[in-house]
Structure formats: structure tokens, C-alpha cells
Design a protein around this ligand. Sequence first.
Ligand code: 13P
Length: 252
Amino acid sequence: MRRKLVVGNWKMNGNLAQNQRLLEALVHGLKGVGHVDIAVCVPYPYLFQAQHILTGTNIAWGAQNVASHENGAYTGEVSAAMLKEFGASYVIVGHSERSDAYCESSANIADKFAIAKQHGITPIFCVGETLQERESGVMEYAIANQLDAILSVSGGALLDRAVIAYEPVWAIGTNKNATSEQARAAHSFIRERIAAMHPGAAESARIIYGGSVNPRNAAQLLSMSDIDGGLIGRCSLDANDFERICRAACKI
Ligand code: 13P
């Protein structure tokens, strides 16, 4: 049985004082909450703060991007080895907010996925269709394309215990979450696709849902078979909301 995973994606939010209040409230509120893995993915400059406050707690931390190279003349990039030095357990790769705005190619995202794994950091690989793709009936084709780029490059071993986030682009930041049935259908499509290429990895991979998850819809979404957790944007910035979502996941 796969353990549920709830990850906060803070995006480009926070400051030292706010983060401290948020992280301390989460440590306190989520103390002793078991049967669910919990993490927050913070902006790079706050990794040290997250490490300082979260070490020894049941909350892991990570980053929202990683360089696709080991080191060298890549101005502005941050390597997997650097993330590791600050105790990062997770890194988000291929979020649509990055792949769109910064023109990240599938090959580039696949390299980030592989390099994170090589450094013992779990990549959270995001896939998802746009509204136009859904409405024109090519949703599965779009998701399959994104997945195949990783599956063909990374090989089965790298996918073992991977985390895939299904984030329909139209549900991100819109208050229009996918219905639990829409999400379940997409998740089982993703799992079947992985199984077709790497049967061993399909069972261990966790497929989590992201897109307007809140404390009111979390229990229903997270109770669906094949939905192994959530990737939470706005509601991860509020300790009470995030705590309620984590608690919803651990009741299931
Ligand atoms: P929201 O939860 O704010 O819709 O963001 C989802 C997301 O993009 C998580 O990565």
C-alpha cells in the first residue's frame, strides 16, 4: 500500500518572519500526525531556514526546481548537490508555471528528474493538460507525451518510488479543482502508462493531485483510489489550511 504524500508548494511567496511563523505552526499542529508523508517545497533562499526549523520533525522540505547539470558556468542555477547540502528530500520538476514561462523542454525536465534521483532527492514530476487540450479531447495524448519524455530517458529504475503530480493547468490557482472522478481517471491513465513501459515502477510510484486543493475538497479527492496525495499551492501558505489537508490525507 502506498503511503499518502502531501506537499506544499510555496511558489514565490514568503519572507523570513512569515516563514518562521508558518513553519513553527506546522511543526506544532502536525506533531504526531502519522500515516502520511508531509513536505514543503520552499524558495531556494529559505532552504536553510526550513532545515533549521524542520530537522527532527515529521515534516520534510525541498525545492521547486533544480539545475540539469552537476555544476559549472550556469549563472543563476542551483544544483542537486547544493539542495542536498541543505537537507532537501524533494524537488519539483516540470511545474507548468516553469515549463511555460521559462521554456523548459521535456528533455531538460527529464535531465532534472534524473539528476535529482542520482543525488538521493525525490523528484516530483508534474504533468497535466491545458483546458484547450481537455476540451479538444487530446488530454491523454498531452499527458502521455509529457510522461514518455521521462519514461524513455529515465529508465525503470529511476521511476521506482517516483512521485508524479497530476496538475491540470486549468485547475492551478483558479479555485476550479478537477472533480474527484476527473482526477481519478487521469491518475489511473498515468499509472497504466507507467505500467506499460516499466511494470515494476507502476505500483511503487505515487501519483499526487495538484490544482485548487483546499480543506473542503481534500478528503474527497484524496480518498480516490490511485490518488496518493496532494501538491498544494495557496493553501500551503496557511498553517491551518495545510494542517487540515494533511489530516484529511491521514484519515484515509
Ligand atoms: P493551487 O493549490 O494554488 O491551485 O496551486 C497548485 C499548484 O500549482 C501546486 O504545485
